[in-house]
Design a protein around this ligand. Structure first.
Ligand code: MG
Length: 372
C-alpha cells in the first residue's frame, strides 16, 4: 500500500453536557481527525484523542499536531506498506506521543481492512457480533448523579462508572449503592489518591465495586501493587498503561486485577491487541475505556471490544450521550444494553466529511512526493 495523501482536521465539538473530573471540566472537545488516501483511492480514518490541556496524559492537541506534521507523517508518507503493524514499527524510534501515533496508525488499519474488504473487527480477529455498553456519569451533586444513573440504567446501560476523589468518595458511592444495590458500579479516581490514603481506600471495599480505576499516580506501578495487596476490590489501571511494557510490568508486579485498554493511550491498535493478548495469557479481564471521543475512535473501540478477553462492558456509549451530531453515519446506538459490531468494510461507519469540514478550525493536507 502506498499513501497518496494525508489530511488533518483539527475539529471542535460541544459536548451535550460538560464533563467534570477532579482535574478538568471538558465543555468543547477538540480532536484531530486524520484521513489517509492510498494509491487505489481507498480512504482510512483515525482520531487523535489527546485533550486540549495535559490533564489526562502529557499530550495535547497542539503537541500532537506538531508531532504528526513534523515527524510521524514524514516518516510514513513515502513508504510502501504491507501491514498496519509495519507502520506501527516505523514510528517506534520516535519516543512516546502515543495518542498522536495512534491517530495515524488507526487510519492505516481502517485502510487495510477496507482494502481486504472486511470489517475491522474481522480483520483483527474479533469474535463478538455485539459488545456490551457502559457509561460514565460526570461528577455532580448527589441528586443529579442519582437521577442521571437512573436514566442511563433505563436506557439499558449495564455498567455505570463515576469519578471519585478524596472529597467525593465513600458517602457518594454509598448513596448510589443504597439506591441501586445490584448495579455494576465502577469508581475512577484519575490518580486522586496516594498510599497515605490506604485506610480511606480500604473503606470502599464494603461497597462491592466492580473495580477501582487508577487510584494512584500514573507512574506508581509499584505502589499500585502494594495497594492491591490490601484491597479486596480489584484495582484497574488506566493512565499507568501506555505501552505493552507497562502492561508486562503491572502483570509481573500484581499491580492490578483488571486493565482498561484505550487505543489512543497505548499508541495504537497493534499495541492494544498485544496488551489484550498478554492479559488473556494471565487471565486478566480487560475492557475498553472511553476518551469523550467522536464516532471514529468509538468505532475502533467497538471493533477492539469484539476480541475475546473484553469481558467487562466498556465506556462504549451511544453517540447521542456526547454529541448533538456525531461525525459518523449511522451514529452509534445502544439497544438492550449492547452495540452492534458493524460488518461493513473497515470501521463500518461512513465519515460525514462535509460535517467534519464544517467543524474544522484548522486543516492540513500532506501529499506523497511520488504524486506531486
Ligand atoms: Mg480512567
Amino acid at each position: 500500500m502506498n499513501i497518496q495523501q494525508i489530511d488533518l482536521f483539527l475539529t471542535s465539538m460541544k459536548l451535550v453536557q460538560p464533563f467534570r473530573t477532579h482535574q478538568e471540566t471538558v465543555t468543547d472537545r477538540e480532536s484531530i481527525l486524520i484521513k489517509i488516501t492510498d494509491d487505489l483511492g481507498y480512504t482510512g480514518w483515525g482520531e487523535v484523542v489527546a485533550f486540549s490541556s495535559p490533564w489526562y496524559t502529557e499530550e495535547t492537541i497542539e503537541t500532537a499536531w506538531h508531532m504528526l506534521t513534523e515527524f510521524f507523517i514524514p516518516t510514513i508518507i513515502q513508504g510502501e506498506w504491507t501491514s498496519p503493524r509495519e507502520v506501527n514499527e516505523a514510528l517506534i524510534p520516535w519516543k512516546r506521543n502515543q495518542m498522536a501515533k495512534a491517530g495515524l496508525e488507526m487510519a492505516v488499519w481502517d485502510l487495510f481492512a477496507k482494502r481486504a474488504g472486511v470489517s475491522l473487527a474481522a480483520y483483527i480477529g474479533g469474535v463478538r457480533k455485539r459488545v456490551k455498553a457502559g457509561v460514565v456519569v460526570s461528577m455532580d451533586t448527589p441528586e443529579v448523579m442519582l437521577s442521571t444513573i437512573g436514566s442511563r440504567l433505563a436506557e439499558g446501560y449495564e455498567r455505570i462508572k463515576v469519578k471519585i476523589d478524596p472529597a467525593n468518595d465513600y458517602e457518594m458511592l454509598q448513596l448510589i449503592r443504597d439506591t441501586y444495590p445490584d448495579i455494576a458500579l465502577l469508581a475512577d479516581a484519575n490518580s486522586a489518591y496516594t498510599l497515605e490514603d490506604l485506610e480511606k481506600l480500604k473503606q470502599l471495599d464494603s461497597l462491592k465495586l466492580l473495580m477501582m480505576e487508577q487510584p494512584l499516580a500514573a507512574d506508581d506501578i509499584v505502589e499500585h501493587a502494594e495497594l492491591q495487596k490490601h484491597l479486596s476490590t480489584s484495582v484497574c489501571l488506566d493512565e499507568s498503561i501506555v505501552s505493552l511494557q507497562d502492561a508486562r510490568n503491572a502483570v509481573k508486579l500484581g499491580s492490578c486485577k483488571v486493565m482498561s485498554i484505550k487505543i489512543g493511550r497505548v499508541g495504537g491498535l497493534a499495541n492494544a491487541i498485544d496488551i489484550h493478548d498478554l492479559c488473556a495469557e494471565h487471565d486478566i479481564p480487560v475492557w475498553c475505556g472511553g476518551m469523550l471521543e467522536t464516532g471514529i475512535s468509538r468505532a475502533f473501540h467497538i471493533a477492539l471490544a469484539s476480541l475475546p478477553s473484553f469481558t467487562i462492558p466498556g465506556d462504549i456509549s451511544a453517540s447521542n450521550r456526547y454529541w448533538e451530531r456525531d461525525v459518523i453515519k449511522p451514529e452509534v446506538v445502544v439497544e438492550n444494553g449492547e452495540v452492534m459490531v458493524p460488518e461493513g468494510p473497515g470501521i463500518g461507519y461512513e465519515v460525514d466529511e462535509e460535517f467534519v469540514e464544517s467543524i474544522s478550525k484548522r486543516k492540513a493536507s500532506i501529499h506523497s512526493k511520488a504524486t506531486t
